[in-house]
Write a protein that binds this ligand. Structure first.
Ligand code: GLU
Length: 292
């Protein structure tokens, strides 16, 4: 029986598609680590994106994970039921002037970036995922304009003022990366992301904000997730420090790639766990397929 002070691990899929072999790797690594350390294993459903999350994917994820032999604590936290928690965290950032409203459409940003590239003759900086950094259009909007647009019913996104945030932190943050039993302190580079969106206008929060709030509320001590989220950890550390949340230890594991060396997609049948389950494969075969 895990103790109160036991390590807490979590697997946190977004039910925007079928779980695939990459999810199996993440879920099994978390569950195995929890078992080895006599810790707890939580499942969290990250279903804030109402435009993409579907109930059938949630049901199927439960079936896939149970079929793999995993057991998690209940009740399962579903992010869509906790939007108030994320709104409070956003309010804390707003009240300290660390988040500002952004009224730009995607096309406004693309146009502003193209203008900047034309003026300077140089490519505009990209974030670690390759998207152009926000050019700052709404960063210095006057209070009167903001007030009148909000009063007129416009719903903005909210962006983190990264330079202000870093000034408040007093220096670049670090995180602890744990791999093969060794821990390394990693210098985070949040400035590489620019003024990230902390609350989308359609859902009032973002993956980044919800994930740090939930990891803290659920007492998660160990975040074990795919390498694709390695650089995003810089944003998570900034938010944790600003919001006074505890710092988990991170492990970013290898990704399971398709035959062409690309990322697995939630829409491809051949690597979907439900498909492998329907083919009558055994969970042990799945472990072998993902190199465990
Ligand atoms: N929900 C995220 C995903 O499915 C993972 C979040 C995390 O592990 O931090 O990609």
């Amino acid at each position: 029986m895990p103790q109160k002070s036991s390590p807490v691990f979590r697997f946190a899929p977004s039910p925007n598609g079928w779980l695939h072999l990459g999810h199996a790797l993440s879920a099994i690594l978390n569950s195995d680590a929890a078992r080895r350390s006599r810790g707890r294993f939580l499942l969290r459903i990250e279903d804030i994106d109402a435009t993409r999350a579907r109930e059938e994917f949630v049901d199927d994820a439960y079936r896939d994970l149970a079929w793999l032999g995993l057991a998690w604590e209940t009740p399962v936290r579903r992010q869509s039921q906790h939007l108030d928690d994320y709104a409070s965290a956003l309010d804390a950032l707003k009240s300290r002037g660390l988040a500002y409203p952004c009224f730009c459409a995607r096309s406004d940003i693309a146009r502003a970036v193209a203008d900047k590239e034309r003026e300077s003759g140089a490519p505009w900086p990209r974030d670690p995922e390759g998207a152009p950094l926000y050019p700052g259009t709404c960063r210095s909007k006057r209070d009167a304009e903001i007030a009148s647009r909000l009063a007129a019913g416009e719903i903005p996104a909210w962006r983190l003022d990264m330079m202000r945030a870093l000034a408040v932190l007093g220096g670049p943050p670090h995180w602890t990366e744990s791999a093969d039993g060794a821990q390394t302190s990693i210098d985070a580079d949040p400035a590489a992301w620019g003024d990230v969106v902390v609350a989308r206008k359609d859902i009032g929060t973002s993956y980044h904000l919800a994930v740090v709030v939930d990891d803290a509320l659920q007492g998660v001590t160990h975040v074990v997730r795919g390498r694709d989220l390695y650089f995003a950890t810089a944003i998570h550390r900034v938010l944790q420090i600003l919001l006074g949340l505890p710092e988990p230890v991170y492990t970013h594991h290898r990704l399971v790639l398709d035959e062409a060396g690309g990322k697995l997609s939630k829409s491809v049948k051949s690597t979907a766990l439900r498909e492998l389950r329907a083919q009558g494969r055994a969970p042990a075969e799945i472990r072998a397929m993902i190199g465990l």
